[in-house]
Design a protein around this ligand. Structure first.
Ligand code: MG
Length: 373
């Protein structure tokens, strides 16, 4: 067992990264960025314990994809690091940011070779441009650009971070606390992924896999007298509506499950539990919009949807075109990629007796292509 723990910080909000996909979920081949970066560093540190700090809402989607420890991040980088350090049992800790995607194995080796030389070991780059501070040119030899990963003594780092001051890296906290810092040469290629345009410059990152993923969804709701009927986002002229916790738009519910299925993100009950009063009588179009946002957030682009409404009543044909265009606009795709079909059960079963109706949906998605836009 190693005396070192690797902490990876992946809980950031990626607010400066202006695309619908959250930076951590951009795909490198099939792997989300957080997994790719962790595995890349792990290759140089096969024996170490790994702790990943992630946003609390994302943890249920992260843990099934990896075998390392995942802890809840905080509102700031420093709070996320403090949370992760509570779990560290080793005397040394290496901390890196997921956004530093292309850390070179040689840099990891240099850090390990200097372990224990000071309280914190820090990769730093020289500055070759002229540096002006407060309108005065300063000696650039006195300036360093600090990088991660950094290798620190766990107990000193833990105590250094008890301060209320927000530090942008560990070594600044350790030095302010009175600890020692040792610089090693950094790596120009280990740039930080901050803006969307940065990613194409990072040569270690291969493009997302060109796969299409398909999911299915199925839902049934009984009719209820005196309620308005909304189906596939369209108001239907009908003496009955749906008995349901939400507005009962059974077509949208099946479609949400198909989308979540295609992206392997669970099901509608996980996303919008019917025990949650926030969803009582909610417009299902709002649920679909949130589902679409979620798919985008997790790195997917929606390709198409196909819906089969199984109903003895009402008649669907007069509404098909409006259903297509309404769903297409909610999915942010052209109408040509949404299909609505209707069938009956030839008067068999509960649908045949006009007690309710059922919907089957299929949807397909692919990874967001950050390389070619
Ligand atoms: Mg339902």
């Amino acid at each position: 067992m190693s005396d070192l723990t690797l902490v990876l910080l992946a809980a950031g909000n990626s607010t400066r990264f202006k695309i619908p996909v959250k930076k951590q979920w951009l795909r490198i081949g099939h792997d989300p960025l957080w997994l790719y970066v962790t595995n890349r560093i792990k290759e140089s540190l096969p024996e170490v314990t790994i702790i990943l700090s992630a946003h609390a809402n994302e943890i249920p989607f992260i843990t099934p994809l990896c075998d390392f420890r995942v802890v809840s991040g905080g509102d700031t980088r420093q709070q996320s690091l403090k949370n992760a350090l509570k779990e560290v049992k080793t005397p040394y800790v290496m901390v890196s940011d997921i956004a530093r995607a292309c850390v070179d194995p040689e840099l990891i080796k240099r850090l390990i070779a200097h372990q224990g030389v000071a309280d914190t070991i820090v990769p730093a780059l020289e500055v070759h441009d002229t540096v002006v501070y407060n309108n005065e040119t300063i000696t650039r030899e006195h300036v360093k650009r600090i990088q991660t990963p950094q290798l620190s003594r766990t107990d000193i780092l833990r105590r250094a971070l008890e301060s209320d001051i927000e530090y942008t890296d560990e070594s600044s906290a350790v030095v302010a606390y009175g600890g020692t810092r040792h610089f090693i040469p950094g790596d120009e290629r280990a740039a930080k992924l901050t803006l969307a345009g940065d990613i194409t410059a990072l040569e270690c990152l291969s493009p997302p896999a060109h796969y299409v993923f398909t999911g299915n969804g199925f839902d049934v709701h009984p009719f209820e007298e005196g309620k308005p009927m909304v189906l596939a986002g369209v108001e239907i002229d009908s003496p009955v509506g749906f008995k349901a916790h939400s507005d009962g738009d059974v077509a949208i519910h099946a479609l949400i499950d198909a989308l979540l299925g295609a992206a392997c993100l669970g099901d509608i009950g996980m996303l919008f539990p019917d025990t949650d009063t926030a969803y009582k009588n909610i417009d299902s179009k709002v649920l679909l919009e949130r589902c679409v946002e979620k798919l985008h957030h997790f790195g997917f682009v929606i390709l198409h949807a196909d819906i089969t409404i199984i109903a003895q009543a009402p008649k669907i044909a007069p509404y098909k075109d409006l259903m297509r265009s309404r769903l297409a606009s909610l999915l942010h795709i052209p109408t040509a990629r949404v299909n609505i079909k209707a069938t009956t059960t030839e008067h068999l079963g509960f649908i045949g007796r006009k007690e309710g109706l059922g919907v089957i949906a299929t949807a397909s998605v692919h990874y967001f292509d950050w390389k070619n836009g």
